[in-house]
Design a protein around this ligand. Sequence first.
Ligand code: AGV
Ligand code: CA
Length: 315
Amino acid sequence: DSNKKKKVIFDHDGGIDDLLSLLLLVTMEEVELVGVLITPADCYPDDALLSTLKILTLTNNASVPVAVGTLAGLNPFPPDWRAQPKFCHALPVMLRTKEVRDNVSKKDAHSWLAEYLSLADEPVTILMTGPATNLAKVIHRRADLRSKIEQVIWMAGAIQVKGNVAMHDSDGSQEWNAYWDPLATKTLIESGVNLCLVPLDVTNALPIDRQFLTQLSNVNSELSELAGQFWAATTTSIPSYEFTYFMWDILATALLGLPKPSWQVSTATVVVDIEPPRAGAITCDDHAGYNVTWLSAIDEKQVREYVIDKFSRGF
Ligand code: AGV
Ligand code: CA
């Protein structure tokens, strides 16, 4: 029953795998989705809101509150990446679904989050698949609200591997979610909240390849068809400089439901840089560091099977 479910707030940034993560999250019986926040990072916020509402409506979750973020990070995403997810709300089933707008908050995302946490009578889990800007703002203003947070699962960082940012002011050490708003990254990591990073170290093992897409296509359910169409859009090369799409946000989301033997965490002491060329880099440092937990190993086969199983049903 609903009392036993984990209450989850999902803060995403509207990318194709962020939207796939929302599709996955609403299939998870152990999760009660209590709010969706949109960070205007790797998306344009109107598109992210429209796709979010259509997915919630399509899956019978239209009563979940949604709040759009107004805070922007220092390092914008490339415009072609931000435009890519327009594809999602142009697909036939998404076009046919008239989005319910009744639960779009008049508050912006960080104000909604601060209010939710201050009124919460039990701790909540926060899943983040974009930059940490909204949560960092709340923690900065209201440190007392940290006690309302059971855990933060955040797709971000590159701990022992190279990053995925290739910009003129970067040495390539950063992951994009951490780089978009370096100060927010630093605030969150130094805040002492119970944080588990899902970094490139593990997501690198989960490319979206033809074999996975073929397996998914054989399922032939409403959810697998829509998910397969979303993912197909990521295979035509992402313009700019990087050509492989991974299960970044999907892995962070799946962590809420995956059986424990299929993953392992490590801890490290780290520092966060805020100056170029390493702004947003999360670097191991035994001396001056802050403690973080990060997902360090996964059973790739089990993750793929888990995702395919979750998508093996109707809306
Ligand atoms: O760094 C990974 C994060 C994830 O939250 N995002 C995409 C995922 O939503 C940024 C990103 C890195 N490489 C990208 C990204 C690419 N080639 N296309 C779009 N976004
Ligand atoms: Ca994302």
